[in-house]
Design a protein. Structure first.
Length: 358
């Protein structure tokens, strides 16, 4: 679907006012666009750098309609926007990336069916809605395995690990009645992600895959270049492009992969800019935030070439105590999100440490 690009000075509506919305707003502003944030919570980090902020819930139809009328395109920083809110918005203004990407990524079961339907490798899985489903799932998938809620999981939340079949009852109880999937445990050597983008004219550009290390279920570091063979790097990019093309996608997507001796396994997709793509801010001339803005306004994409080796480290909770020290480092680029309260597990900022590529 080739459409004429939005003119600079147009307004981009962003659902969600966290750090991703904040960095999208800054990128939009650099290209001469205005932004309007829609966020239920007070004082959102993105509100500090946006032209307008609406503070209202996703069930406030009047506020959603007024927001949609005030913007030229709508995008989002998180995938769990309620369907009814999307219906109200889409009747007035286009949403990019489109609804299909949201429908699929909001539900792990639908996501897995979609990915395997494309012929991509994923962990073995089984749907678990009842105690009887759980018993069958443990028989077919076995242990070790991971039980994950189908909806609203993030940063390792809504997950229970089964070391053996004996953990099945406790794991099922942990889901508190929420529909879930049981996933076979993948024996991976490391995790990588591809940040991929697709424009309104169907062009696709991928950033170099990054290698991700998690701590306590939350992304800790992303390193580029990732440890991958040339063939694995090509595979990662081709499979990401396949996902984007299948969805007629417009925008940036994060595709998380496990690296195994038998190839790449897709863990999950996120239809938005992604924490593991923050390294692009110092590694590329067009970073993931500008890339997403370019895509949703119908501009040509940046090509994604990486000019530096980068290690991105998330600053979580008390890591903020180290900011002074990090600010003295020669090659460290700090990005702080303007969040007033430091809480354990809360993403407060990140730092990109840069080494020029040899
Ligand atoms: P997720 O919320 O699905 O991204 O899972 C969070 C983290 O748990 C992943 O980044 C992995 O480190 C780990 N994990 C998730 N699913 C699996 C799996 N099937 N096998 C092994 N590790 C997993």
């Amino acid at each position: 679907m080739q459409q004429s690009p939005l003119k600079t000075g147009s307004t981009i509506g962003i659902l969600g006012g966290g750090q991703l919305g904040r960095m999208l707003s800054v990128a939009a502003s650099r290209l001469g666009f205005k932004t309007h944030i829609f966020e239920p919570g007070a004082n959102p980090p993105a509100g500090q750098v946006a032209d307008h902020t609406t503070t209202a819930g996703y069930d406030d139809v009047a506020a959603l309609e007024a927001f949609a009328q005030s913007v030229d395109v709508i995008t989002y920083e998180f995938e769990n926007v309620p369907t009814a809110a999307l219906d109200a918005l889409e009747a007035i203004c286009p949403i990019r990336p489109g609804r299909e990407a949201l429908r699929i990524s909001q539900d792990r079961l639908i996501e897995k069916e979609f990915l395997s339907g494309l012929g991509l490798n994923i962990a073995p899985y089984a749907n678990v809605e009842t105690a009887a489903d759980m018993a069958t799932a443990v028989e077919t998938i076995g242990a070790p395995s991971i039980l994950k809620t189908r909806r609203f999981g993030y940063d390792g939340k809504g997950q229970a690990r089964l070391k053996s079949a004996d953990d099945a009852d406790a794991g099922f109880a942990d889901m508190q009645g929420a529909p879930a999937v049981l996933e076979g445990f993948v024996q991976f050597s490391h995790e990588v992600s591809v940040i991929a983008a697709r424009g309104t004219n169907g062009e696709v550009a991928c950033f170099d895959p990054g290698e991700n290390v998690h701590k306590d279920g939350i992304l800790d570091t992303t390193t580029v270049p990732a440890k991958l063979t040339g063939a694995q790097r090509t595979d990662a990019i081709l499979l990401a492009a396949k996902v984007l093309n299948a969805l007629d996608y417009v925008g940036v997507m994060g595709v998380e992969l496990f690296v195994t001796p038998n190839g790449l396994i897709v863990n999950e997709i996120a239809p938005r800019v992604h924490n593991s793509g923050h390294w692009t801010q110092q590694g590329c001339s067009v970073d993931q935030f500008e890339q997403h803005i370019r895509a949703v306004v119908g501009w040509p994409l940046g090509d994604g070439t990486r000019f530096a080796d980068v290690v991105m480290e998330n600053l979580i909770g008390d890591d903020m105590d180290r900011v002074d020290e990090i600010a003295r480092e020669a090659n460290a680029s700090l990005h702080l999100y303007g969040k007033a309260d430091v809480k354990p597990g809360r993403k407060m900022g990140h730092v990109n440490r840069v080494v020029p590529s040899s």
